[in-house]
Design a protein around this ligand. Structure first.
Ligand SMILES: Nc1nc2c(ncn2[C@@H]2O[C@H](COP(=O)(O)OP(=O)(O)O)[C@@H](O)[C@H]2O)c(=O)[nH]1
Ligand SMILES: Nc1ncnc2c1ncn2[C@@H]1O[C@H](COP(=O)(O)OP(=O)(O)O)[C@@H](O)[C@H]1O
Length: 185
């Protein structure tokens, strides 16, 4: 029997590179299980239901919350996001390393409910670079970018709450560091 692995939470401002790092890491190490969140946000081009997110209606999200099916949930920049609880617990029980890519409010809830979780903060090399990445991704309107940058200021200020900070200068380096923290390599 393998020991129950520690749950790892990766947070950081929108556009810092969380999805890029996680995708890179899982290409080499598909044994890391990434929780698929439920969200009321509309899919971006190329995003698939059940792969990137479970895209749900407001009513469906209300039910998930009311039925206690989410480990944590939060409203972020006008949409709700939440982590389905059962799948996370099942994977941990069977010894699979589990990663959650969630916002600051979610990370705080996980810290409360699962004290063994390790909280990792992904930081940008600079504020200017964060703006460049978020704008350069080209997936959000100027209004949504503005809203996410407002949230980013709050998230950056909360960095000391996390167990460790990784600065996303090189995707390869951060992916390697994250794998080491998860005891995968
Ligand atoms: N609390 C919480 N946050 C989530 C969850 N899923 C995604 N998020 C966060 O919601 C924020 C917005 O996600 P998204 O709209 O996909 O934008 P992106 O992270 O900039 O690509 C990010 O900070 C995500 O980490 C979740 O299940 N719970
Ligand atoms: N280390 C990096 N150097 C330069 N660009 C990066 C780096 N990591 C990510 N990016 C780019 O920044 C943008 C935002 O990355 P993304 O993974 O979507 O961020 P998040 O998931 O944190 O919102 C993308 O266009 C991505 O290609």
């Amino acid at each position: 029997m393998s020991e129950r692995p520690r749950l790892t939470v990766l947070s950081g401002p929108s556009g810092v590179g969380k999805s890029t790092v996680v995708a890179h890491m899982r290409k080499e190490h598909p044994e890391v299980w990434l929780s698929v969140s439920a969200t009321t946000r509309r899919p971006r081009p190329g995003e698939r239901h059940g792969v990137h997110y479970f895209f749900v209606t407001d009513d469906e999200m209300d039910k998930l919350i009311a039925n206690g099916e989410l480990l944590e949930w939060a409203e972020f920049a006008g949409n709700r996001y939440g982590t389905p609880r059962a799948a996370v617990l099942e994977h941990l029980e069977s010894g699979v390393p589990v990663l959650l890519e969630i916002d600051l409010q979610g990370a705080r809830q996980v810290r409360e409910s699962m004290s063994e979780a390790q909280l990792v903060f992904l930081a940008p090399p600079s504020w200017e670079e964060l703006v460049r990445r978020l704008t350069g991704r080209g997936t959000e309107s100027p209004e949504v970018i503005e809203r996410r940058l407002e949230a980013a200021k709050i998230e950056l200020a909360a960095e000391p709450e996390f167990d460790i900070t990784l600065v996303n200068t090189s995707v390869e380096d951060v992916a390697r560091e994250l794998l080491a923290l998860m005891n995968v390599v």
